[in-house]
Ligand binder design. Structure first.
Ligand code: BGC
Length: 553
């Protein structure tokens, strides 16, 4: 998506007009007039999902109050939008250089990355995604960080990095109360994570402890293996040393691994197996991990940094993905909680706006569906703003509306399906797929409905299902826009670039356009803004924060 100064797109051309009042019922229905009538009723029922201009302005006013309460020492503790200090005070300028490791924890997956910044806006990046099983997301903190340390060690071995001591940026996308660039205490879990023994703990320390545990447990006497390792050739205990081909080892018929670190691992594995040390087999990949944690940051900060690296006008970072949040550049004099050296004029603030509304500020717009989502979540009463916006909840919100309309005979002739009535079956990507259909065609919509066992849907049902999706996604886009406009107006800069990332923003066909349209209505006249898609903020942003931190050491 190209960044563009706002040009309100002609959404009207894409949308049907939306009658708000019921048309008088005709005395008797033909099947066409009946389905049209149901469509009108559905639009009427969906009105509670449509934010009026007055509501949006009120939300902006309340959010600004909460942002200021978060920044102020006297009210920070009771504010729902905490505005955490990030200790990031310098933006990158494109000349940063060096090789960095990055960890990215916070969405559905965990990633490890190696990034080489070459100066002159050049960079090279390799990464690997590791799943975080639900058992770990809901297990103990120790299990989570042991898993992270293990993925990191494996990554370092695979990329031949185990002999280096590298600076590391840790993108940890949960609310952290930071006491420094490398000290962050977890305030609460969000987005489906709920590991025990982590709240109020320094997560950087937890990572270091897990690495230390791993190094301690797995420390093998590598020298013992010298005959295998040091000649640059892999041998094993069967004395055959010449591979039949450069890619294959003759004894084991295994691919010959490409790096010294991998040779170590495989040789140790061979040794352990063949010498009958089955207990060693378990520890073979536990080679020392040497890292230097230079920074812990939120994904919004990463987004802001990675966009600022390319465009120095970027001052706001937004995520609309599994969760939702924003950070922005604030004058340090307004950051009452920051007690350090105030000689640098600015500080990136992690608003944690996902918790907006936890004090009741959003009750003017929350619906029965929002309350149901919340009551079934693992963090009831928390992250109420996020639950109206983000990808973790959007599909389920649509499903709840569809269930209600089916039960009241407004959809599918009153006949649902087991899948429709089951929680979590309507994925957020379905919303994007349905809204991607050219208007008047239903290919994506029918595919989704078939998958949900609703192949008996009529064309009018498809029109109505799409309308529900539009109401839910449009409301999310408008809430995000209200938040962005509040920040832009608060900052008062005449021109500002907003870095944006997250699956909802990336993959929803109209989210960007809806945001541009709404923000342009809400910003103070005269202020120019543009939305810039962030390219891998969590990875490159982490390297940049680490690079800027190392530069300052
Ligand atoms: C977290 C934020 C994060 C956002 C987007 C929220 O649930 O609290 O820290 O930035 O998700 O990933």
């Amino acid at each position: 998506m190209a960044s563009s100064y706002w040009v309100a797109p002609s959404l009207a051309a894409n949308r049907e007009s939306v009658p708000c009042r019921l048309v008088p019922s005709p005395p008797s229905y033909t099947s066409r007039s009946l389905s049209l009538h149901l469509g009108v009723l559905i639009r009427e029922e969906c009105q509670e999902l449509v934010l009026s201009d007055g509501q949006v302005l009120e939300i902006m006013k309340r959010l600004l109050t909460e942002l200021n309460r978060g920044l102020s020492k006297a009210t920070h503790d009771t504010a729902d939008v905490k505005c955490f200090t990030t200790f990031v005070q310098d933006l990158p300028n494109g000349t940063e250089k060096g090789k960095f490791l990055a960890l990215d924890l916070g969405g559905t997956n965990f990633r490890v990355l190696i990034i080489e910044l070459g100066g002159e806006h050049h960079f090279d990046m390799k990464s690997k995604i590791y799943a975080i099983p639900q058992k770990i997301m809901l297990g103990s903190g120790k299990q989570l960080f042991d898993h992270i340390a293990e993925c990191l060690a494996n990554f370092m071995i695979e990329h031949d990095l185990s002999s280096e001591r590298l600076p590391l940026g840790f993108t940890f996308s949960f609310p952290l109360s930071q006491r420094g660039l490398t000290k962050g205490y977890l305030v609460q879990w969000t987005k489906g994570f709920d590991c025990s023994d982590c709240i109020n703990e320094d997560v950087v320390q937890m990572l270091k402890d897990a690495i230390a545990r791993r190094n301690e447990l797995g420390r093998l006497n590598i020298d013992e293996m010298n005959p295998h390792l040091c000649g640059g050739r892999v041998e094993n205990y069967l004395d055959k040393t010449t591979p039949i081909s450069p890619e294959r080892d003759s004894n084991l018929d295994l691919p010959v691994l490409g790096s010294l670190a991998q040779h170590k691992t495989s040789a140790l594995a061979n040794y352990a197996t063949e010498a009958g040390h089955s207990n060693l087999r378990i520890d073979v990949d536990k080679i020392d991990v040497k890292i230097d944690v230079c920074a812990i940051l939120n994904d919004t900060t990463g987004t802001l940094m990675s966009c600022a690296w390319k465009n120095f006008n970027c001052r706001i970072g937004i995520i609309v993905g599994t969760g939702s949040n924003a950070c922005y550049v604030e004058k340090v004099e307004n950051v009452e909680l920051f007690e350090g050296d105030k000689s640098k004029p600015y500080m990136v603030i992690n608003t944690e706006w996902g918790a907006f509304g936890d004090n009741g500020a959003l009750e003017i717009v929350r619906t029965q569906y929002d309350r149901e989502i919340d009551s079934h979540s693992i963090n009831a009463g928390k992250q109420l703003h996020e639950k109206m916006i983000s990808g973790m909840y959007m599909g389920e919100l649509v499903r709840l509306v569809l269930v209600k309309f089916t039960k009241s005979n407004l959809l599918f002739g009153g006949k649902g399906s087991d899948m429709l009535f089951e929680r979590g079956t309507f994925f957020t990507k379905f919303v994007s797929e349905i809204e991607s259909d050219k208007r008047g065609t239903f290919t994506g919509c029918r595919q989704v409905l078939d998958e949900l066992g609703l192949s008996h849907a009529t064309d009018q049902d498809c029109v109505n299902v799409r309308y529900v999706c539009e109401c839910v996604s449009r409301r999310a886009a408008h809430l995000v826009s209200a938040g962005v406009a509040t920040l832009i107006n608060k900052m008062g800069q005449l021109s500002v670039t907003v870095g944006v990332d997250g699956s909802v923003y990336r993959f929803h066909p109209y989210f960007h356009d809806l945001m541009v349209e709404k923000i342009s209505e809400l910003v103070t006249p005269g202020i120019k803004f543009d939305l810039m898609l962030s390219e891998d903020g969590s990875g490159r942003g982490a390297a940049l924060v680490a690079a800027v931190a190392c530069r300052d050491r």
